[in-house]
Ligand binder design. Structure first.
Ligand code: MIG
Length: 710
């Protein structure tokens, strides 16, 4: 204890006394931090990415050769690290293009990037100064520039962070596998919060479902057509003249009643809130924001005014603790309309008439608490992150017993702690359909496990063929939501004719049947940082032939998803048998991806439901594929699906252990963790082998035996 205190004290001195800034040190056995000579803590700390400042506990051993070289060039601060030959690079957050990042340049400057066209898509809505490297031998490392300032990341001849801000520190993680690096990264930057179960269901959005009667119609269609769905989304047109926290009384006369209607049909409602506040005296949000002096200032200290949807707007300065509180407080009346979740859009922030589609870099944020005052150049990339952090705190105050759900367009390394994300304004094209996979994968490799693109593509009309392919794939994204831009064709699952509607139903049936597995994966993401959707090379980190596979992907460790359109895929060695989770043949149409079960795995599959209010784990089918030694294992996480009881032990983890001897398969089911009292369950076992599938009877027991009949 004494040593700990001493170390903390030493660290404090190091950080605050410039002269004594350490050049490097270990903050854990895996992780080293490197400081440039001229490091100014006030210009960078507290870190936005790290959950907390960690004391240096030892010197960096000589054996660690991957170290940054700091330099200054043309007034910019650089950190350069070598790329050893044969190293595969990943991460870098929300980026366009392939999974493998070698050779890429990424601009870390959050940008409203319609069609991903601006700057050739080198920058999108989020910034993650983070690279995950996997060496030829399967060992791995991670490099983080702990820097929110505008910067560029080059992964060309070497790894180079080039920042417009002052010299920044660099954190380097070493690990014996990419998984171990990711675990350490998420130990440092935090993990996603366990979402409410309903947020893992399919969600339907459009810009915009209006008026109220159209919302009800869409919701009813899902139920009438027996297509599973959990959430209907409300885009900006529900607002009165785009004024946030207001409702257009002619289109949505009683938002509470609208939400209640959705609830009565097993849906949740998610409503949009943007950061820009309409400059209009008499409008309560504007008036209280002005009274509290909450607005971002221009370089001369005047309230900055920029145009967004409502016309002239002012923007909350989320670096101020007072502003965070005020903003959070705005959610009280809003959430009390029985709103379930919140969509924070335009928070790069996007400004229609601002330079480079945002506010001037010289705008001023006043900070407060631990945060120093600083320019927009410093705080731009964390504007959205601070916004959703403030939203989250406010929402939690209104509904302390419920798990919140926020979807944010903008983000920064670490913002996954506050909400989920989607990949912004994509296009209804095959290119964007395919690209969505590496995008979600690299977000997962950057700490954000809960993401997905607009299924069907946001911009332009979607053809039936494209929609069929996209919804069939989209059933496997961590965040699974269909969305469509104004003036595009209807993109609900039934809008493309019977064949595609059937494919959409099949796809979503598969997702809902796999809900026990999905929910378990979210628990894993929340506790270990392992993404829900993972790159194929995770199955065998030494097999370098898998390193650029980004058509197929893994769901957790046990399922491999191969899209129907995928060609020349590189799949992991070993037995991976195709499974059908919804009826006899999941592949009866031309859309559904092939889902393969790892030899050695047990995956729990539930009954078909239309939404998660019907979710039960009382009867499960266990899909079992034994490995060469005749063994297979798996787990199931269960809790109340909402609320925080799980943090006090009201959860259960069950483990499935299967052993085959000759023609016999025995599966033992035991509760291995949690205080939740489980009712006896009924199990059915499907034993997937090279010769086909063997299905056992439903039994109510913790041991299930199945014999091959001869
Ligand atoms: O300037 O709210 O990316 O999903 O439908 C467009 C309308 C503003 C951008 C989001 C999109 C949303 C749209 N928004």
């Amino acid at each position: 204890m004494k040593t700990k205190l001493l170390l903390l004290a030493t660290c404090f001195v190091w950080l605050t006394t410039e002269a004594k800034t350490p050049k490097s040190g270990l903050i854990s056995p895996q992780t080293a931090v490197y400081y440039p000579e001229t490091f100014d803590a006030k210009a960078h700390l507290p870190s936005f990415s790290l959950v907390k400042e960690l004391p240096v506990t030892a010197n960096v051993p000589e054996s660690r050769t991957l170290r940054p070289h700091f330099s200054t060039r043309d007034n910019k601060s650089c950190a350069t690290l070598p790329i050893e030959p044969g190293t595969s690079l990943y991460g870098t957050g929300e980026v366009k293009g392939s999974l493998l990042r070698n050779g890429k340049t990424i601009k870390l400057w959050n940008t409203d990037n319609y069609e991903y066209k601006r700057d050739e898509g080198k920058r999108l809505y989020q910034s993650h100064p983070w690279v995950l490297g996997v060496r030829a031998n399967g060992t791995a490392f991670g490099v983080m520039a702990d820097n929110s300032w505008k910067q560029e990341l080059q992964l060309t001849d070497s790894m180079r962070f080039i920042s417009d801000g002052p010299a920044f520190r660099v954190i380097v993680i070493e690990g014996d596998s990419p998984q171990s690096v990711l675990k350490e990264l998420t130990r440092l930057i935090g993990r996603i919060e366990m979402p409410p179960l309903w947020a893992i269901g399919y969600q339907q959005s459009r810009y915009s479902y209006e008026p109220d009667s159209r919302v009800r119609e869409v919701a009813s269609e899902f139920r009438n057509r027996k297509i599973p769905c959990d959430v209907i989304w409300f885009d900006i047109d529900y607002m009165d003249k785009f004024k946030i926290f207001t409702f257009d009384k002619s289109k949505f006369p009683d938002p509470k009643a609208t939400n209640n209607y959705l609830h009565s049909k097993g849906f949740k409602g998610i409503w949009m809130i943007d950061p820009g506040v309409k400059l209009e005296e008499g409008y309560n949000v504007y008036d209280s924001g002005t009274a509290g002096n909450h607005w971002v200032k221009d370089s001369l200290g005047r309230d900055y005014v920029g145009k967004v949807w409502p016309g002239d707007c002012k923007f909350p300065d989320f670096t101020r603790p007072e502003t965070q509180l005020w903003w959070g407080g705005l959610y009280k009346d809003f959430m009390n309309q029985n709103i379930d979740g919140v969509w924070n859009d335009m928070n790069e922030p996007a400004v229609f008439d601002g330079p480079d589609a945002t506010m001037p870099e010289s705008n001023m944020h006043r900070g407060g608490g631990d945060l120093q005052p600083g320019s927009h150049l410093r705080y731009h990339n964390v504007y959205g992150m601070l916004m959703i952090k403030s939203s989250l705190a406010g929402i939690k105050k209104v509904n302390p017993g419920k798990r919140p759900f926020i979807l944010s367009r903008s983000g920064f390394l670490g913002s996954h702690r506050y909400g989920a994300t989607w990949t912004g304004d994509n296009v209804a094209s095959v290119e964007h359909l395919k690209m969505s996979i590496p995008m979600v994968l690299n977000l997962g490799l950057s700490g954000q496990s809960f993401s997905g693109p607009d299924i069907g593509g946001f911009i332009n009309n979607t053809t039936p063929e494209l929609f069929g392919q996209w919804i069939a794939l989209g059933a496997f994204y961590p965040f699974s939501r269909g969305h469509a831009c104004k003036d595009t064709n209807d993109k609900e699952p039934w809008a493309f004719g019977t064949e595609v509607e059937n494919a959409a139903r099949k796809a979503l049936n598969r997702r809902y049947r796999l809900m026990p597995y999905f929910y378990t994966l979210f628990h894993e993401a929340a506790t270990t940082g392992m993404p829900v959707m993972r790159p194929v090379f995770f199955a065998d980190t030494r097999d370098t032939s898998l390193r650029s596979e980004d058509q197929a992907f893994l769901l957790g460790e046990n399922l491999l998803v191969v899209p129907r359109w995928a060609t020349n895929t590189r799949l992991p060695k070993g037995d991976w048998h195709s499974i059908s989770v919804d009826g006899k043949n999941d592949l009866s149409d031309n859309y559904q991806p092939d889902v393969k079960l790892r030899a050695g795995a047990v995956v729990p599959v539930g009954k078909l439901i239309q939404n998660t209010t019907e979710y039960k784990t009382d009867s499960l089918t266990l899909y079992v594929s034994t490995d060469a030694t005749g063994k297979a294992g798996g787990t199931l996480y269960e809790d109340a699906g909402d609320g925080y009881g799980y943090q006090k032990g009201d959860y259960a983890i069950s483990s499935f252990a299967a052993t085959s001897t000759g023609d016999k398969l025995v599966v033992n089911i035991t509760q291995t963790a949690g205080k939740r009292v489980l009712k006896a369950k009924t199990f059915q076992v499907k034993w997937i082998t090279a010769d086909g599938t063997l299905t056992g009877k439903w039994v109510k027991s913790n041991t299930v035996t199945l014999s091959k009949k001869r």
